[in-house]
Write a protein that binds this ligand. Structure first.
Ligand SMILES: Cc1ncc(C[n+]2csc(CCOP(=O)(O)OP(=O)(O)O)c2C)c(N)n1
Ligand SMILES: [Mg+2]
Length: 1073
């Protein structure tokens, strides 16, 4: 057969109007009439590659084949040979041998519908339609199981919701809930018929076809027994297929007897721990795990499997439920430490401590199953459910970052949840949305829900609107594995798949342990008050340890004696630890630190701050880099507006001055130079809300082409991370807090878009930042940048609620701390956080650098400016940032008034941007000689020493506190009692502190400022009285007057005119003599 014949064979089948048909006409000059009749549909189906659009390709192949049959694929070779030999249309094609493993699903159609291959009736529509329809129905059934099988799975050990569905014989027709009308195609008689299995299922294993009965049985086993898999909403076909394979492949759940025995032993410990505590401390709350004892083996299985896949460190967060059990049996925290927490002992170290079911822990231990060393941390958390989720993620991310684990292969986060909290708390959703963001991802979290189908006294019918408590996870395409917690082997399987999933795809996954709660919310609660039917049923249930032990005894895997032996052995361990714990006389908070900073405190003078000024060359270098286009500037198209900003930055550098953005960049840059990682995170922080920062320059023509000058200052600098966050305050602030906990040698900063938005992260501020050190001895140097200031922008963009931060400071307004040379750092060391309102770039520069220069870590809350970002008067000279300079906690008056203090009638204290308004108004009023103005930069801890010095200087001046915030807001309520304490000594001062100061070496210094404690004449001072407080009122009162806006419910007026009137009034009140 010649070329023309083969081509004719090909071309005769080209549909009219296609290029191939045109080719036919062109080659043969043929007409439609001359062309052979179109081939039957089956022939077209058998040679689908011969469609019109492939004609060029087919011709090329054919030409190549003519020259060298080996130059084309074997399938083409066969095809052309057959066609050349005169095969009829539709019969020349033979499927090529697959490059992949032969799939189990490749079944010749003839084996299922022999008639189609052999019958002369091959084109008979009736037969093929039936076969095709039946196969489509089978395919529909398979898909239905995959998509909806979980709806009828036997997930609930209580059988409350699924009563009618339990114990359905697997071979009868499946539930309509799952398969809907697909099942109508078949009757009982079809059950023995074999069907070809589609590519979308793995139930056949190596079999390519199975009887319908067997297909259904296997699907029932995979999707409707103890495991309900929710995954068909996932957009990735690869991921869906992966999951199908993990649950459908025959024999996937098989465990050997060693694995079963290990599982039993772990369950024994989980059960034994709670039973022991119940016996020994029957009236103590412990939020026991009874009803979900499987949690312990489940977590251990996840850890074992993940360890074998390369994970070395696990960062975990969990609520109250089962926490002690997890500490004991997953982390292997010494049992004595746990038991002493029940004993009501005094604390041996600083801090308020916390209740035992909130404490964190950190353990390093050998994983016996894999023989690898692993690190396990459980993050301390407040009662606030789910609040620790983002904190765990931030800590995990930081560990990954500092370990160079860019793909998350070594550090894994595990989050545990209660069912009610998982669906109820918005922070869960906010945290899920961090999971795939480049600078926030932890490359997949394994979530485990202790779904005991109740939250305190509220059952799911009243606590959520979604079908499952886990539905929130669907937003990130996380697969959800619901599993009956009373089927331990099913749970283990799910845990393995979850660990494998995370290791393969580095995405979140959820294990929903459907269980029950055997007791009340805690051990003292009576659950029958509110859930009588549920608890009547629960009381009839055997604990899972008994169910599983019975199963293994029946299978001959263990004997009853062995079961008892394992139980007794653990009991003995518990008893020994209990006896040891009784010897203890104190509890140690330090045993419960979740983020130890080994090496950070050692060898440091706890009261020494390193210098914060830097060499002028460094300032210049950073300034120039920060003001320059990228090195490849000729290729990088910069926005004209940005170029203007860069130019004006360069001018500032040349004139040795810095505005706010430059001061910030110099703080960051100099820290980066010194090897300190800087991370700035928050909404739109790369540009800056007020378009002042511009740390990331964008190529105007090329997408994703960016330049970050601060990340490219020095060859050996530390990394600089600046990242726009999701629009969440709660999760992102929690995340950054977690990040800051990991490495004390990093400056971690969260910036609010406007300061007032911090209130949606209030829980992180209240529960973690302000009190974390006291509760959990956990330090953090996290910085909050909160744009603040009354600039006529209305109630919502004016206030970062300075008053709240000040109200939560832990310094006593009535106590004047003892004065000494290290007064300032002692104050910092004693307080829970630092609150500042900087008025100059230099001030901001130093306070940021001081965070790292401190020998300890303290959270820093900064009220940051808006209009000052661009105010020419609010620039700083390099002279204020170079070596030898430091952070000024207060700027005293430095103008004409300071030259003749006796002439000064009023001393105004203020903080932040109002200073510039006051200075301007004072000038306009010609009062520069008469009124002194001092700026408090660090509000808390209060700079008593500097304030007192300034007051002493202007001894006859009236004291005024001037602020732009309303009277019930801002710093007034913090400042007023402290100035009173400093000035008037009308308050109670700890006699102990006075004594310490008097006895100290700095007595003369102290005496200079506090002469009233050291009368030079008169009767000798009496001995310090026995009570710890002395009442001191030895000087006439020197009150401080308030000048500012009156009280208000709203933080600011929304009316521009009112704003201007109020601002004018406050200046008049402040300055009118
Ligand atoms: C944010 C928050 N709101 C309310 C509470 C009070 N509370 C403590 S436990 C609990 C029920 C939690 O139910 P669930 O999440 O299902 O956990 P379970 O106790 O059932 O394990 C509630 C409402 C809390 N701790 N945190
Ligand atoms: Mg619950």
């Amino acid at each position: 057969m010649n070329r023309a014949r083969v081509l004719s064979h090909l071309l005769s089948r080209a549909p009219p109007g296609t290029p191939l048909a045109a080719a036919r006409t062109f080659i043969y000059g043929g007409t439609r009439g001359k062309a052979s009749a179109p081939p039957p549909p089956t022939a077209l189906a058998a040679e689908p590659f011969l469609n019109g659009s492939s004609s060029n390709y087919v011709e090329e192949m054919y030409t190549a084949w003519l020259q060298d049959p080996k130059s084309v694929h074997q399938s083409w070779d066969t095809f052309f040979r057959n066609a050349s030999a005169g095969a009829a249309p539709g019969t020349a094609y033979t499927a090529p041998p697959s490059l992949a493993e032969p799939t189990p699903h490749h079944v010749p159609l003839s084996s299922i519908a022999p008639a189609m291959a052999t019958s002369p009736m091959v084109g008979d529509v009736q037969i093929s339609d039936k076969v095709i329809d039946d196969h489509l129905a089978v395919q529909g059934i398979i898909r239905a199981y995959q998509a909806r099988g979980h709806l009828v799975a036997a997930l609930d050990p209580l059988g409350i919701d699924r009563e009618a569905l339990k114990d359905r014989p697997p071979t009868t027709l499946p539930s309509r809930t799952v398969v809907r009308s697909y099942v109508d195609a078949f009757g009982e008689e079809d059950m023995e018929r074999s069907f070809k299995l589609p590519m979308s299922t793995y139930v056949g294993g190596k079999e390519g076809q199975l009887p319908l009965k067997e297909i259904i049985k296997r699907l029932e086993n995979a999707y409707c027994r103890s495991i309900g898999v929710e995954f068909m909403f996932i957009n990735s076909l690869e991921q869906c297929n992966w999951i199908r394979q993990k649950f459908e492949s025959p024999g996937v759940m098989t465990m050997d007897s060693l694995e079963k025995r290990l599982l039993l032993a772990r369950l024994t410990r989980s059960h034994g721990f709670e039973a022991f505590l119940a016996r020994k401390f029957s009236s103590e709350k412990r939020f026991g795990l009874e009803g979900c004892e499987i949690l312990i083996p489940a977590m251990k299985q996840v850890i074992d499997r993940s360890t074998s896949l390369g994970v070395e460190s696990f960062v975990m967060g969990m609520p109250h439920r089962g926490r002690l059990n997890v500490l004991a049996n997953v982390c292997r925290k010494p049992l004595e430490h746990i038991f002493t927490q029940f004993a009501g002992l005094e604390s041996a170290d600083e801090g308020s401590g916390d209740v035992k079911y909130h404490l964190g822990t950190y353990q390093e231990r050998l994983n016996r199953v894999t023989n690898k060393n692993i690190r396990l941390a459980i993050v301390a958390n407040p009662s606030h459910l789910e609040a620790c989720d983002p904190v765990v993620q931030g800590k995990t991310r930081a560990e990954q970052f500092y370990h160079g684990d860019s793909e998350g292969k070594k550090v894994l986060s595990i989050l545990l949840h209660g069912d009610a909290a998982f669906s109820g708390q918005g922070i869960v959703y906010e945290t899920f949305h961090l999971s795939e963001l480049p600078e926030y991802t932890t490359h997949g979290t394994i979530h485990i829900v202790v779904n005991n189908q109740i939250g305190f006294t509220t059952d799911p019918r009243m606590s959520r609107s979604s079908p499952y408590c886990t539905d929130v996870a669907r937003v990130v395409n996380a697969p959800i594995f619901h599993v009956n917690a009373d089927d331990p082997e099913a749970v283990m399987h799910v845990c393995n798949v979850a660990a494998d999933w995370r290791s393969t795809f580095h995405k979140d996954v959820v294990i929903d342990l459907v269980c029950y709660r055997r007791n009340g919310h805690n051990e003292i609660d009576e659950p029958m008050f509110t859930q009588p039917l549920m608890y009547t049923r629960i009381r009839k249930l055997k604990p899972v340890i008994e169910l599983y032990a019975d199963k293994l005894i029946n299978e001959g895997v263990v004997t009853p004696e062995e079961v008892k032996e394992v139980k007794d052995k653990y009991e003995k361990i518990l008893e020994t630890a209990f006896v040891e714990a009784k010897q203890e006389t104190q509890v140690f908070n330090k045993h419960w630190i979740d983020s130890p900073w080994s090496g950070f405190f050692e060898g440091k003078d706890p009261l020494k701050i390193s210098p914060t000024g830097v060499h002028e060359d460094t300032l210049k270098h950073i300034g120039k880099k920060f003001s320059s286009a990228p090195p490849n500037a000729s290729d990088f198209v910069i926005h004209r507006g940005i170029q203007r900003i860069l130019n004006s930055r360069m001018e500032m550098v040349e004139s040795r001055t810095a505005d706010w953005a430059l001061g910030e960049a110099m703080a960051f840059g100099s820290l980066l130079k010194e090897g300190t990682h800087v991370r700035l995170s928050g909404q739109d922080v790369e540009r800056g809300t007020f378009s002042h920062r511009h740390h990331v320059l964008h190529h105007q023509k090329v997408d994703k082409s960016q330049y970050n000058a601060l990340a490219n200052l020095y060859r050996d600098q530390a990394p600089y991370t600046v990242c726009n966050s999701s629009l969440s305050e709660y999760a992102v602030l929690g995340f950054e807090l977690g990040f800051s906990m990991t490495n004390p040698n990093a400056l971690v900063i969260w910036e609010a878009q406007f300061g007032d938005f911090n209130n949606t992260a209030q829980c992180i501020i209240d529960q973690f930042i302000s009190s974390g050190q006291s509760k959990w001895i956990r330090q953090s140097g996290l910085v909050l940048l909160l744009p603040h200031g009354m600039e006529g922008m209305g109630p919502e963009h004016s206030s970062a609620r300075l008053e709240r931060f000040l109200q939560m400071t832990s310094d006593d307004p009535d106590v004047l701390p003892p004065f000494s040379d290290d007064f300032a750092i002692r104050q910092l060391s004693d307080i829970n956080w630092i609150v500042a309102n900087c008025s100059t770039p230099a001030s901001y520069f130093h306070i940021l650098r001081r965070q790292i220069a401190l020998p300890f870590r303290k959270p820093l809350i900064i009220m940051t400016p808006k209009s000052l970002l661009r105010l020419p008067e609010a620039r700083s000279s390099f002279d204020e940032m170079i070596e030898g300079t430091e952070f000024q906690r207060m700027y005293p008056e430095a103008g004409p008034a300071s030259n003749n203090p006796a002439n000064v009638k009023r001393l105004i204290f203020c903080s932040g941007r109002v200073y510039y308004d006051l200075v301007q108004a004072r000038k306009e009023a010609g009062l520069e000689e008469k009124i002194a103005i001092a700026r408090v930069e660090q509000i808390a801890p209060f700079p008593y020493d500097l304030v007192m010095k300034e007051c002493a200087k202007y001894a006859d001046a009236e004291l005024v506190w001037s602020q732009e915030e309303h009277k019930n807001m801002g710093a007034w309520s913090y400042i007023q009692p402290r100035i009173a304490t400093a000035m008037n000594h009308e308050r109670h001062i700890s006699s102990e502190r006075v004594k310490i100061a008097r006895d100290s070496e700095d007595q003369s210094w102290y005496e200079y400022w506090f002469p009233w404690f050291f009368p030079s004449s008169g009767p000798p001072e009496p001995e310090s009285p026995a009570p710890s407080q002395v009442h001191v009122a030895s000087k006439p009162k020197r009150p401080v007057r308030y000048a500012g806006r009156p009280v208000s419910a709203s933080t600011a007026t929304g009316n521009k005119k009112t704003h201007i009137r109020e601002s004018k009034q406050l200046l008049e009140d402040s300055l009118a003599l």
